[in-house]
Write a protein that binds this ligand. Structure first.
Ligand code: GTP
Ligand code: MG
Length: 450
């Protein structure tokens, strides 16, 4: 932690400017030794024009941003060298810094220092990385909200409530002779636990939205051969992605493509038409279709308006019947021959891909099913990675255990144990309690130079 580290913070390649970043105790001294005017006596948060020189050779004409501790990203001295972009100049500057006493930073090490030096918490640090890797607008909005600490505030407030209850319990354990105290405490605890449980449930529910926003949604397009699955995919993507022919069994392998709805990535997976077949290749394709359906968030079942539902159609409809099923009856430009059995209660959208009817209704149905209009908003603050979600689930079960223990008149110290673990799990989310190994692991997934 005490050494001075450096890294190229911009992505490598040809560009106008690249930034090489240095942080640590000797950051200013080291850069000063290769810069043609003195930096040591300069004010913090100033920019300086000059040249990087090494062994009397001018390496580059640069701008230096000088930021002295503690008001910096890492809370240590930081010097950022804005050099000319392109591989050779940037790498040369980095190489010289290494020769002058810097160590090459590990991925995420700047942010790790920001966290270990107490400038941001672990959840905010993870959100910094989410912001960098965000692929959609909604993912970016979520990440920046979490960097700003909205979620941290919610978690801290739940932890404070738990601490209050723990303090109450301590009084009970230390002064058991005060019978009146017990009554008050149990009543209070009931209220507090119900309240905490509600707050945690909101976090758990929100985490589902967080995952949707961050990772997007997979929709498998399933159905018998030749009903128009690939045509629907192509129209949704506005691209000739999958091969379309009138030969049943055209699609053999999975074909995928994404669009965004409300800033969320919606990944459509076109699959091989499902039917009994002796063709070895097609059989593998059909197996893949079934697997895609099983792991998808939504199944889009496609049927042909111009044919009666077959036994295979009905079997598939029964197999995939769930909240997450949307039925699209395609080829509505042709005469209607399909009959929908009365027991099918799922949403049906009618359309065709010839004059492109029904695809807008399909998008609306997807939005409604996922509640996209309400989950994406400017104030959203959801947990979104597996580590955080796992911990909030654990905290929630611990609080539920405490609640059940209270209801069943269990000894008060049993309740205390559950509440303490809930408090610790929540603390782990924001990194108030942490293990070195865990922290190393989290930051190793970051970009170099961040
Ligand atoms: N009349 C009409 N024909 C359509 C429509 N949609 C697709 N087709 C035609 O139906 C045939 C099959 O379309 P595909 O999109 O390849 O069907 P698929 O379900 O992907 O078929 P497989 O890949 O074999 O499972 C093609 O000849 C399409 O042009 C539609 O809405 N109306
Ligand atoms: Mg196809």
């Amino acid at each position: 932690m005490n050494d001075t580290i450096c890294a190229i913070s911009t992505s490598l390649g040809v560009g106008a400017i690249s930034i090489v970043r240095v942080t640590g105790e000797d950051a200013i001294k080291i850069v000063d030794s290769i810069f043609d005017s003195s930096l040591v006596d300069k004010k913090t948060h100033t920019i300086h024009y000059g040249h990087i020189k090494y062994n009397n050779e001018i390496i580059d004409e640069v701008l230096i941003m000088l930021m002295k501790a503690p008001k910096t990203y890492t809370k240590e001295d930081i010097v950022e060298i804005n050099c000319h972009g392109g591989n050779s100049t940037t790498k040369k500057v980095l190489e010289i810094l290494l020769l002058c006493g810097c160590r090459l930073a590990e991925p995420g090490e700047f942010t790790k220092r920001a966290y270990l030096n107490g400038r941001i918490n672990l959840l905010e640090a993870e959100s910094v990385n989410d912001l960098i890797v965000a692929k959609t607008d909604a993912a970016r909005m979520l990440a920046i909200n979490n960097v700003d600490g909205n979620l941290t505030k919610r978690i801290r407030s739940i932890r404070e409530k738990i601490v209050k209850i723990l303090a109450n319990i301590e009084v009970n354990i230390d002064y058991p002779e005060y019978q009146d105290e017990v009554q008050v405490t149990q009543q209070l605890m009931n209220e507090y636990l119900t309240d905490i449980n509600k707050e945690l449930k909101k976090l758990v529910e929100g985490a589902k939205n967080g995952r949707i926003i961050k990772e997007g949604i997979n929709i498998a397009i399933i159905g018998r051969p030749n009903v128009g699955k690939s045509s629907i995919l192509n129209h949704l993507l506005d691209e000739e992605k999958a091969i379309v022919t009138d030969i049943p069994g055209t699609t053999r392998d999975i074909v995928e493509g994404s669009i965004t709805l409300n800033g969320i990535a919606i990944n459509f997976i076109d699959t091989a038409g499902i039917r009994e077949t002796s063709d070895v290749v097609e059989k593998i394709g059909v197996d893949r279709s079934k697997r895609s359906a099983e792991s998808a968030d939504i199944i889009l079942f496609v049927a042909n308006n111009n044919e009666k539902l077959t036994k295979e159609d009905l079997e598939l409809l029964e197999k995939y019947d769930s909240e997450n099923l949307i039925i699209f009856v395609n080829k509505c430009d042709l005469e209607r021959k399909i009959e929908i059995p009365g027991n099918i209660s799922r949403e049906i959208i009618w359309g065709n891909t010839i004059d492109i009817n029904g695809l807008d209704s399909l998008k609306i149905a997807i939005k409604n099913k996922l509640n996209l209009d309400s989950i994406v908003n400017k104030d959203m603050s959801y947990l979104s990675n597996i580590r955080q979600i796992d911990l909030v689930n654990k905290a929630n079960s611990a609080v539920e255990n405490a609640y059940n223990a209270l209801k069943n008149d269990m000894p008060i110290d049993m309740i205390e144990i559950d509440l303490k673990s809930a408090w610790e799990y929540l603390g782990e989310i924001i990194g108030d309690s942490y293990q070195d190994e865990l922290v190393d692991n989290i930051f190793s997934n970051f970009c170099l130079g961040k």
